[in-house]
Design a protein. Structure first.
Length: 192
């Protein structure tokens, strides 16, 4: 028999964040909008139960350097743990300027507990003209990359009996001022 459930949005960022450029460090996308990191939400202790679902939706604009843009990697950090790390996604060698990107990540709690016992099953997709295989604007569709591109696996374990901040982070593999990504929309929701 089914149960009543609903999505509860706990974070909604509608202002532009600070662009990440000229860096190869793992950096929060949730900075620079009004308030101190308004998108970084602290999940109260024991929020997760087996079967709890998490949905992250993010979008913005990105630009890439011509010929050698490198790769893009998204990370969901829970507390001090990189709980979900996407594959390094190859970027289009044709320079892109302020192209739309969309990221959707869905997770389900497989098990919960202290120490490193909490594990989530993550899947998602990254959509942008900036990924390999995308054509010129107006001529063809955009690239869609699945996360992960191989078989899904459970996350690195973390302690869900303690409060943990949830942060969406990004890493460029090539340090260039022309490689720039900026968050413009973000939401984090839990299915009760």
């Amino acid at each position: 028999m089914g149960s009543n459930s609903w999505w509860q949005q706990v974070v909604n960022v509608i202002a532009d964040g600070t662009a990440i450029a000229s860096s190869t460090s793992q950096t929060s996308l949730l900075t620079g909008s009004p308030g101190a990191s308004p998108g970084v939400w602290t999940m109260p202790a024991n929020t997760l139960q087996p079967g709890t679902e998490i949905l992250i939706r993010a979008a913005g604009r990105m630009s890439t350097v011509v010929t050698t843009p490198g790769t893009a990697t998204f990370t969901v950090k829970i507390g001090s743990v990189n709980a979900m790390v996407s594959q390094a996604m190859a970027l289009n060698t044709t320079a892109q300027t302020s192209q739309t990107w969309i990221l959707e990540i869905h997770a389900t709690a497989r098990q919960v507990g202290n120490s490193t016992n909490t594990q989530l099953m993550w899947t998602g997709k990254f959509v942008s003209r900036a990924v390999v295989g995308s054509g010129a604007a107006g001529s063809t569709g955009v690239g869609i990359l699945l996360i992960p591109e191989a078989a899904p696996a459970v996350s690195t374990g973390f302690d869900s009996t303690a409060a943990n901040a949830i942060d969406l982070q990004y890493t460029w593999s090539v340090n260039s001022a022309s490689n720039s990504i900026q968050l413009q929309q973000y939401s984090l929701a839990f299915k009760n």
